[in-house]
Design a protein around this ligand. Structure first.
Ligand SMILES: NC(=O)c1ccc[n+]([C@@H]2O[C@H](COP(=O)([O-])OP(=O)(O)OC[C@H]3O[C@@H](n4cnc5c(N)ncnc54)[C@H](OP(=O)(O)O)[C@@H]3O)[C@@H](O)[C@H]2O)c1
Length: 189
């Protein structure tokens, strides 16, 4: 008997009121529109503590590199989605394996599951998230909505004709600081 165990993939991100994850200048300064709230410093770390692998898109990684952050999650086995082999060199050595992939992401999610990773953080961006949604590989979406609209910029899911996947609302609450937390779980079948 062959047991096929899949990973639980979570797209966890900050979002503007108009559904964008970055503004037209590729900046995340707008996230500061969220005022201080209880747990703001610890919540993301608590989430990260439940994660055992990460998937990141080239533009999201380039944004981090431009900010001088490097890849802050080098302790997590990470799959970088990019056509650019040079990006791996720019990240440098990491504690956990850092693997570049390109093309169809289906075998990538298969490989992550086969490696035994149960909870996977999709770090972004909207382009990679849109492909994962099209493949029905998004199991959970967790967004922190900032009280600001941006008008332009990549959206939560990018794609020309995304299939209409439905989700169940699992959480919907004021977070404090003007922000809202929404969490959905994929409703299959
Ligand atoms: N609000 C938040 O918390 C948050 C979270 C994450 C990201 N962001 C922001 O979102 C922006 C990036 O999002 P995005 O949607 O524009 O981009 P993204 O998903 O991070 O990256 C898209 C890029 O990845 C590469 N790529 C995507 N699919 C591929 C495939 N199947 N095979 C090979 N390469 C592939 C391509 O670049 P190459 O061809 O150049 O490799 C593509 O242009 C950044 O500004 C980032 O800071 C914000």
């Amino acid at each position: 008997v062959v047991l096929r165990v899949s990973s639980h993939v979570i797209w966890y991100t900050a979002l503007s009121m108009d559904g964008r994850i970055a503004d037209g200048q590729d900046s995340l300064d707008w996230i500061e529109a969220i005022g201080p709230y209880e747990g703001s410093g610890t919540e993301f770390h608590a989430f990260l503590a439940t994660i055992d692998a990460a998937v990141v898109g080239a533009s999201t990684l380039r944004w981090l590199l431009r900010g001088g952050h490097g890849w802050p999650h080098g302790d997590l086995p990470t799959w970088l989605v990019s056509h650019d082999p040079g990006l791996v060199d720019r990240v440098g050595p990491t504690e956990a394996p850092f693997t570049r992939v390109e093309g169809n992401l289906e075998p990538v999610f298969e490989a992550i599951a086969a490696a035994g990773h149960r909870r996977v953080w999709l770090c972004g961006g909207g382009d990679v998230a849109g492909q994962a949604l099209a493949l029905d590989r998004i199991d959970e979406v967790v967004v922190t909505i900032a009280p600001v609209a941006l008008g332009k910029g990549p959206s939560l899911f990018e794609g020309l004709a995304l299939p209409h996947r439905t989700f169940q609302l699992a959480e919907c609450r004021p977070l404090g600081g003007g922000a809202a937390r929404l969490r959905w779980e994929r409703a299959r079948g």
